[in-house]
Structures are given as C-alpha cells and as structure tokens.
Design a protein around this ligand. Structure first.
Ligand code: AMP
Ligand code: AMP
Length: 336
C-alpha cells in the first residue's frame, strides 16, 4: 500500500492541518517561502520543511511532492499564491474537487449556486441607479477588504466612488445589518455525512475598533474609512435554535454542488453569513475549503466534542477522511 504524506503551504491554517495530520499518524511536509519558516520550526508539526524562494518554484517542488507520495491540502493562501488556474493543472494529489474552484471564484456563478441551494443572499445592484437602501461596495481583489466602503444611498455612492478612479471591478451589495457568523462544515463523500465543525467571527482592522471611538471623536478625527483587513478569528457558539436552519443550509449547498459540479463539494467548507435581529441568515460568500476561522479549534470545538472521542480539529478531520479513504480503497473519491 502507498504510504501517503500530508503537505501544505506554510501560512493560513497550515499549523492546524499539519498537527491534525500528525495526530492521525501521517508524516507531514510544510512547503514554505523563505523568511516565513519560523512558526513551522517553533511548533513541531512538520516532519519536513521544503523551502522556496518564490511561489513560482512551486511546480518544481511539486515533482518532489509527487515522489514523496504527498497529498496537498489547499487553503486560501495556497489558492491566492499559486493562482486558481495553476491549481487546476497540478498533478500532485489534491484534497478537494477542483471543478468547484470556478464556481467559487466567479461571483455570478457562486451566486447562482447558492441561490439555487435556497440560501438567502444580500441583494446585488447591477447599476448605481438601482441603489435604494444602504450598500457595501466591494472591490474585487481588494487585499482583505481594504478599500470597501458603505454608502447610504445613490448620492452617497456617487460621491464615494469618485475616490476610486479607474476601478471598475466592484460589486454593489445590500448592506445587511446584523452580526457576522462564519459556519464551518465538513462533508464526507465516503460516509455521505455532513458535520457542523465550528463557528467563528472575524477580527478585522479597523472596522472592529471603530466602536471604541465615540461618534463625537470620529467626527473630530480627520478621516476614518472602515476597512475589513483580517487580523484574526474569534471562536463562537451559536444559539442552539439556529442549528436546524444552519444544518439545512449546509445540506442544500452540498446537494446543489452535486448538480453543478459533479461529484460536488466535499471536505471542509464555510458559509460566510450575517445574521439579522429577525434571525434571518444571509450568506454573502462561500469558501469551498478549510477556512482560517477553524484555527481557534486546533484542540476541537464544542461541536466536535459532541461527536468524536478525540479532540477533532478540521485539519484532523481532513486527515481522518484521507485515512478512511486509504483503508477502504476509495482515494478516487477524494483526490483530484
Ligand atoms: P496570508 O497567507 O495570511 O498572507 O493570506 C493569504 C490569503 O488568505 C489572503 O487572501 C487572506 O485574506 C486569506 N486569509 C489569511 N488568513 C485568514 C484568516 N485568518 N481569515 C480569513 N482569511 C484569511
Ligand atoms: P468579504 O471580503 O466579502 O469577506 O467581507 C468582509 C467584511 O464585510 C466581513 O466582515 C463581512 O462580515 C462584511 N460584509 C460582507 N458583505 C456584507 C454584507 N452584504 N452586509 C454586511 N456586511 C458584509
């Protein structure tokens, strides 16, 4: 039997992924950009560290990963640095359905998928003229939401968009007033079971600090534009009566993915939501892989503790799925 190793790129959720893999008995490899290796030396989660001078070298490294029988676990930094087009061409076994990447990275396709799955989503305004309520304007590829702005109405939009000359790739989305809630799921294509793994809320700079500056002082200060640059993630447990809806949302998302991109979405995924005071759950985005919001749960979450006998992080759950696939000779269901 082939002895697989588990590999990922050093950033995002690599510590959790590699620790989970070791807990399930795999040897691990961290592929790391020169200068970023300190955490992977400080925390003993990687049996081997492969260094690169730039991400362009990844295709050279890939040959070595193939020789080592490694399986790549993708995360957001992996996709961002390697690029979705190149990821599709990878030869090294990859945990996940690559066909989903298109549906996730194209806003129109993503919306079509989630609406068909019956999820409630913020309204999109196709032209500024249609704006009839508060909106959030998101620039595509804005590093961590740095240039996003809120607009109260059409006139406010017209004034603020002038501060972004030449920028045409943006989406005007209804602003949903509620609390952010990121739902982490895991779907097994082997047992066909969906699990709710955990929840997080993000800690974003500077939007999470504006409440610390009184309205009076905000007005007095020269200019404060909110930004949504991610700095970290905070664990969350939701009101239990929200769970039936949350489970149904995950089930329907998986079911619809099987229609649009067979064999569908599997492994970890996240619905990024805002929940309103009437307990309406609006989903504004999906991540079809592990999200860094699972990082507070390296030692398991309150939900995984209800189901598993060991501290089960999402990283470890990935490794246990790979182990099961190897044992049952079903790796064709999970490697692409
Ligand atoms: P990094 O490797 O931290 O430079 O991040 C690369 C990409 O992953 C960026 O697009 C980030 O927005 C995303 N990312 C990294 N960490 C997180 C996090 N904790 N939560 C959400 N997204 C993240
Ligand atoms: P994103 O870059 O799409 O992940 O969003 C960055 C931040 O904007 C997160 O804090 C979200 O909670 C918030 N956000 C995104 N879309 C909306 C929306 N339609 N209404 C309210 N908040 C939103």
């Amino acid at each position: 039997m082939v002895k697989h190793k588990i590999a990922t790129i050093g950033s995002h959720s690599a510590l959790q992924i590699l620790k989970g893999a070791k807990d399930e008995g795999f040897e691990t490899i961290c592929v790391c950009l020169k200068g970023k290796e300190k955490p992977y030396k400080m925390f003993p989660v990687a049996d081997k560290i492969i260094m690169m001078n730039s991400y362009d070298e990844f295709f050279e490294v890939e040959k070595q990963l193939i020789k080592e029988n490694a399986v790549i676990i993708p995360h957001a930094s992996f996709i961002a640095y390697i690029g979705p087009d190149k990821v599709e061409k990878l030869q090294v076994p990859y945990f996940g359905n690559k066909k989903i990447l298109n549906w996730e990275s194209n806003r129109t396709m993503e919306r079509q998928w989630l609406l068909k799955a019956g999820l409630k989503m913020p309204h999109i305004f196709n032209t500024p003229d249609e704006i009839d309520r508060p909106v959030i304007v998101k620039f595509h590829g804005a590093g961590g939401g740095a240039g996003y702005f809120l607009a109260k109405h059409k006139r406010d939009f017209a004034k603020k968009i002038k501060l972004h000359p030449g920028e045409e790739d943006y989406v005007i989305q209804e602003y949903i007033l509620g609390v952010p809630c990121y739902i982490h799921y895991f779907y097994s294509p082997i047992t066909k079971e969906l699990g709710v793994m955990s929840f997080d809320k993000r800690y974003e700079s500077n939007v999470d600090s504006l409440g610390r500056v009184s309205a009076r002082d905000q007005i007095a200060l020269p200019k404060i534009d909110p930004s949504y640059v991610i700095v970290g993630n905070l664990p969350l447990v939701v009101r239990e009566s929200l769970l039936p809806k949350i489970i149904e949302m995950g089930e329907n998302t998986v079911k619809e993915s099987q229609n649009i991109a067979p064999p569908g979405l599997f492994g970890p995924f996240c619905l990024e939501c805002v929940i309103t005071p009437d307990q309406e759950i609006y989903c504004f985005e999906i991540s079809a892989r592990i999200v860094a919001g699972t990082n507070p749960f390296t030692n398991g979450s309150p939900y995984t503790w209800l189901k598993y006998d060991v501290p089960m992080s999402t990283g470890r759950r990935i490794a246990s799925e790979i182990k099961l696939a190897i044992k049952e000779d079903k790796t064709d269901l999970i490697f692409y």
